[in-house]
Ligand binder design. Structure first.
Ligand code: DAT
Ligand code: MG
Length: 152
């Protein structure tokens, strides 16, 4: 079933440092998803802890927080039909070694700790994560003329 959704993406510090931010955003745009919000910032520790709260206590948690706070990121909201699952599929599996060729992680990354991109994994997660980075008035929900050529 097609349902219009919003999802949060983060172009992670490794992607910004490797000058892949534009290429990664392009993939989502080319898929047909709309950017509904976008900004560059450096995530601080309290924000990282809120973002990755579900992973607290896992062996990789500390490294994950260190990594996501290590440099600027580009954070955005994508909107469109089935945006959450479409974004996750474009990202590829969490471990880039097994991520499908053609996916962002499959094409551009090699290590789970530096896997370039984040995308919300469910509607509730998306709502929570969007709220961490954007005020309601920062999000611009709109339609483009081309949208009717992407989804009926
Ligand atoms: P995803 O980013 O695909 O949603 P996740 O939510 O399970 O994956 O984990 C969040 C991030 O934590 C992931 O992008 C990279 C890191 N991570 C997950 N599992 C890991 C592991 N086993 N070792 C090291 N880092 C890991
Ligand atoms: Mg996740």
């Amino acid at each position: 079933m097609t349902v219009t959704q919003q999802t949060l993406i983060i172009v992670k510090p490794d992607a910004v440092q490797r000058a892949l931010a534009g290429a990664i955003l392009s993939r989502f745009e080319a898929k047909g998803l709309r950017l509904a919000a976008l900004k560059l910032l450096q995530i601080d520790r309290p924000l990282a802890e809120r973002h990755y709260a579900v992973h607290q206590g896992k062996p990789f948690y500390e490294g994950l927080v260190q990594f996501i706070t290590s440099g600027p990121v580009v954070v955005g909201v994508l909107e469109g039909p089935n945006a959450i699952e479409a974004t996750r599929n474009l990202m590829g599996a969490t471990n880039p070694v097994t991520a499908a060729p053609g996916s962002i992680r499959g094409e551009f990354a090699l290590e789970i700790g530096q896997n370039l991109v984040h995308g919300s994994d469910a509607p509730e997660t998306a709502e929570y994560e969007i709220g961490l980075y954007f005020k309601p008035e920062d999000i611009v929900s709109y339609h483009r003329d081309v949208d009717r050529w992407v989804a009926e």
